[in-house]
Design a protein around this ligand. Structure first.
Ligand SMILES: NC(=O)C1=CN([C@@H]2O[C@H](COP(=O)(O)OP(=O)(O)OC[C@H]3O[C@@H](n4cnc5c(N)ncnc54)[C@H](O)[C@@H]3O)[C@@H](O)[C@H]2O)C=CC1
Ligand SMILES: O=C([O-])CC(=O)C(=O)O
Length: 334
């Protein structure tokens, strides 16, 4: 045990993510699926002297099914990335169908697997997976995770930069809540494990908040048409996958933010809805992960007025993104 799967494994995120999973001693089997190049990626990784047995599959001959048989954890970075000038929602047109088809494969072959969705727009692709699973009668909200870890990783790095000491970056923790696009990304900097300097003005705070919210755009701009974050995303995806793998292995007290269905823990979810002041089905917040998936949805806790405002500003876009994802499966002709 555990078998890990990457769908979209030949891509910019998929390859380094597969490398990091191959390097993870908790993984004993690693299956890679993409519409191109997976046999080569798998052959390459299979020479690395770590325990995981690696296989690569393509669509012909039931490749998706073969990839997914016996999967414990499935990470999905399949789909197109942004180019400058695009929003994540602009990716919906192409990625919604890709994620729907992959989710159908998981629902029919590995319905009990933990599913970690990286493909954008995450605010909508996670509801798409949920609706596909519901259609197949196998939806368990505890096992579905939108990966928002890159926002958390960025917040840690940027806070360490402000503190003038990058060596602190690995130990800085900042909850990032809401969703994964622009204003729906809400860093709770007042809860940073390492307080910001007392000289930090409200204008500085606004600038830092915007940098976390639009960190993805920084990379899209710098890559200048060649895609979006891949290496930092692979790092973040591997971090989150490792937490899930540790939880599967019975390790206690694993906490990380993730974009989840709030029915995953109905009492925690209901309390969170009260804090948000809106009956949303999905939100990213700190969760405790256990061997069965989401064990607890944790409250946002004490927010400043500024952060309360950010949460409220996230709600309309999040609501639209969720509805769009749900409708893609439940009313496909709309
Ligand atoms: N959640 C997050 O924080 C982040 C999400 N992303 C998203 O991750 C996705 C992937 O990004 P990149 O790896 O940079 O893109 P990429 O284009 O380099 O790789 C995507 C891979 O998906 C594969 N693919 C396409 N259709 C497929 C299908 N039907 N089945 C299996 N594989 C398929 C492609 O062949 C390609 O190898 C994008 O949607 C991007 O926006 C990117 C960064 C951060
Ligand atoms: O910006 C993008 O499109 C990719 C992404 O989600 C991120 O880097 O946070």
């Amino acid at each position: 045990m555990p078998k890990a799967v990457v769908l979209g494994a030949a891509g910019g995120i998929g390859q380094p993510l597969a490398l990091l999973l191959k390097a993870n001693p908790l993984v004993t089997e690693l299956s890679l699926y993409d519409i191109v190049n997976t046999p080569g990626v798998a052959a390459d990784l299979s020479h690395i002297s770590t325990p995981a047995k690696v296989q690569g599959f393509l669509p012909p001959d039931d490749g998706l099914k073969k990839t997914l048989i016996g999967a414990d954890i499935v990470v999905i970075p399949a789909g197109v990335p942004r180019k400058p000038g695009m929003t994540r929602d602009d990716l919906f047109k192409i990625n919604a169908g890709i994620v729907r088809d992959l989710a159908t494969g998981i629902a029919t072959t590995a319905p009990k697997a933990f599913v970690l969705v990286i493909s954008n727009p995450v605010n909508s692709t996670v509801p798409i997976v949920a609706e596909v699973f519901k259609k197949h009668g196998v939806f368990d909200p505890k096992r579905l995770f939108g990966v928002t870890t890159l926002d958390v990783v960025r917040a840690s790095t940027f806070v360490a930069e402000v503190l003038g000491d990058l060596s602190k970056a690995p130990s800085v923790t900042v909850p990032v809540v809401g969703g994964h696009s622009g204003v729906t990304i809400v860093p709770i900097l007042s809860q940073s494990s390492h307080p910001l300097p007392s000289s930090f003005s409200s204008a500085d705070l606004e600038t830092l908040t915007k940098r976390v919210q639009f960190g993805g755009d920084e990379v899209v701009k710098a890559k200048d048409g060649a895609g979006s974050a891949t290496l930092s995303m692979a790092y973040a995806g591997a971090e989150f996958a490792t937490k899930v793998l540790k939880a599967i292995n019975g390790e206690k007290g694993i906490i990380a933010p993730s974009y989840v269905h709030l029915a995953a823990d109905s009492s925690g979810g209901d309390a969170l809805k009260k804090e948000i002041g809106k009956d949303l089905d999905y939100f990213s917040t700190n969760i405790e992960i256990g061997p069965e998936g989401v064990a607890r949805i944790l409250p946002l806790g004490k927010l400043t007025d500024f952060e309360q405002g950010l949460v409220q500003a996230a709600v309309p876009e999040l609501t639209t993104n969720i509805e769009k994802g749900v409708a893609f499966i439940t009313s496909p002709k709309l």
